[in-house]
Design a protein around this ligand. Structure first.
Ligand code: FAD
Ligand code: SIN
Length: 535
């Protein structure tokens, strides 16, 4: 049994921001960060476009960023949260810069940042580091975290379940008041044993769940573990139907997991979406054309592909300045060249891919969940910032702001909390090593097929019903496996993905309207009364 003052599960932008703040302010407290593979591997690391923040106050304003965020969110944003994130954002970005993160300047020796533009933004406000912004942020945070002796990062520690009164023998339901979190059961993937981590406060910063779909820009760690753990612990989850599909992942006939992203910043730089025959089409869907918000662009591409029976649509960069393109997008340029596509001469073939989940663990403005002493930040949380659709590059910003807000909240309370005693060890009685990995790998393939075919960009009541029926079979088979087999990350991830798939499908079926990222052919209009879907 290990006792730590604060247990943070996840080493992306949200988890590490919080960890650094806590370690700085509380040198006497033991802050422990768990990460299920290496500390570098996260969604954060793959972020390309950048961080949205009001930087040039002459041209831009908080009000404009707020309005753009609300507009993308399609009536479901929490206005108070939007204001908090937008107004606190620039200070948090500045702290990141102070910790060593680099962002591109306008030119050599310039003091001004080169602010990029992405879909749905009315001004240039995206700070970026080439097309490797996330990699640079992750690097800077890991370097900074290494300065603290009271901050421990444990690689290859896979959190399996949250510890609550349930583990002390109490019957907990979604209606039970005062559910409390005492830490987590964690699989040490090297020793293959489950260790008990007791904590005064536990924070989930476990990222998204893109791996629930066949085509996704998310790395393999994005299996919705945090959301599934909270669901099992009977905590509140909100707005899971709002899955954002990025319009432009690089088409690969052979399939690629994760799909390579062609950043929206490329369209911000002037690239135009075209059919394979060269005809531009976005003007038919939105006055902002190729720079309309993502839900609109992804649906437009999906529609054009279906109408033409085409495998992909195209991004035309052939009119753009080569030096500028290569300077801004060296990784994208190299990737295209490696695939025999010269962006300066050829169209880049693109398809939508699952990219971001706007819903997640319901939190308030302090990052508190419905479970006491349990907090959530970053993509696994649902703060109210994104509503029905996230504005590009608002996610890293949200992770920075809420990482810091949870620090403020915990700082005041952690001194008054004690460890819970008498927590039982994990019980692995009656389980044996898995004999057939195919039971897990095949179920994962089926899950991805179901979700991509029936709960994708365009939905219908019949498709959702079919998804439910098939998910139920997968659920039952996987639960049986879970209770009879010794635990592995693969089995836990499959189980968590099925739970997320269920929550996405259930929330989608509950929303009898089309709004933001949720589009159903059975209810194409918006309802007058707006509601969140709570689980
Ligand atoms: P992550 O960075 O995903 O980190 C999750 C962490 O949790 C990892 O350390 C993981 O190991 C750990 N973890 C998960 N489950 C467990 C478990 N069971 N046990 C232990 N550890 C666990 N957003 C922007 O704002 N701007 C962009 O330009 C941008 N570009 C993007 C490009 C791509 C290709 C992708 C995939 C996303 C992009 N996003 C962008 C979204 C953004 O990167 C993510 O939403 C954000 O980085 C999430 O940060 P996070 O800290 O919440 O989680
Ligand atoms: C991109 O670079 O297009 C991704 C930006 C984001 O997801 O916010």
């Amino acid at each position: 049994m290990k006792k730590v003052d604060v247990l943070i599960i996840g080493s992306g932008v949200a988890g590490l921001t919080l960890a650094i703040d806590l370690a700085t302010e509380h040198p006497d407290k033991h802050i422990c960060v768990l990460t299920k593979t290496t500390r570098e591997e996260s969604n954060t690391r793959y972020a390309q476009g950048g961080v949205a923040a009001v930087w040039d106050k002459d041209k831009d304003s908080f009000q404009k960023h707020i309005e753009d965020t609300l507009d993308a969110g399609d009536g479901l944003c929490d206005e108070k949260i939007v204001e908090i994130v937008v107004t606190e954002g620039p200070d948090q970005v500045q702290r990141l810069i102070n910790w060593g993160a680099r962002f591109d300047k306008e030119h050599n020796n310039s003091t001004e940042y080169d602010l990029g533009r992405e879909g749905g933004h009315s001004e240039n406000r995206i700070l970026h580091y080439k097309d490797l912004t996330g990699w640079e942020i992750q690097r800077a945070l890991i370097d900074k975290a290494a300065e603290y002796t009271n901050l421990e990062i444990l690689d290859y520690y896979f959190a399996v379940d949250l510890i609550t009164q349930h583990h002390l023998g109490y019957n907990i339901t979604r209606l039970t008041p005062n559910i409390e979190c005492y830490g987590a059961y964690v699989l040490n993937t090297e020793t293959k044993t489950i260790e008990t981590f007791l904590a005064k406060a536990t924070v989930l910063a476990t990222g998204g769940s893109g791996q629930v779909y066949k085509a996704t820009t998310n790395p393999s760690i994005a299996t919705g573990d945090g959301m599934a753990m909270v669901y099992r612990a009977k905590g509140r989850i909100e707005n899971m139907e709002f899955v954002q599909f990025h319009p432009t992942s690089l088409y690969n006939a052979a399939g690629e997991n994760p799909a390579f992203l062609v950043s929206e910043a490329v369209r911000g730089f002037g690239a135009i979406l075209r059919r394979p025959d060269g005809e531009a089409f976005m003007h038919k869907y939105d006055a902002r054309k190729s720079l309309a918000p993502r839900d609109i662009v992804a649906r437009a591409i999906d529609n054009e592909m279906k109408m033409l029976g085409a495998e992909y649509m195209c991004l035309d960069c052939t009119h753009l300045d080569k030096d500028g393109f290569v300077r801004h997008f060296p990784t994208i340029y190299e990737k295209c060249i490696s695939r025999g596509i010269d962006p300066m001469k050829d169209y880049i073939p693109v398809v939508p891919a699952a990219h971001y989940i706007c819903g997640g663990i319901k939190t308030n403005e302090h990052g508190e969940t419905s479970i006491h002493r349990l907090y959530a930040c970053g993509e696994c949380s649902c703060t109210g910032l994104h509503g029905a659709n996230r504005l590009a590059s608002n996610s890293l910003l949200e992770g920075l702001v809420f990482g810091h807000r949870i620090f403020d909240e915990i700082s005041q309370k952690v001194a008054t909390w004690t460890f819970k005693e008498n927590i039982p060890d994990w019980n692995a009685e009656g389980t044996t090593d898995p004999k057939e990995m195919v039971l897990i790998t095949q179920s994962l393939k089926e899950l991805k097929e179901i979700m991509s075919s029936y709960v994708g960009i365009v939905r219908s009541s019949l498709r959702l019903k079919r998804a439910f029926e098939r998910l139920r079979i997968l659920y039952e088979e996987t639960e049986e496996l879970y209770h009879t087999t010794s635990i592995s990350p693969q089995l836990c991830e499959l189980r968590n993905l099925i739970t997320c798939a269920y929550m996405i499908t259930r929330s989608a079926a509950t929303r009898r309207e089309s709004r933001g990222l949720h589009y159903t052919t059975d209810y194409t209009e918006k309802q007058q009364f707006i509601e969140m879907t709570l689980i």
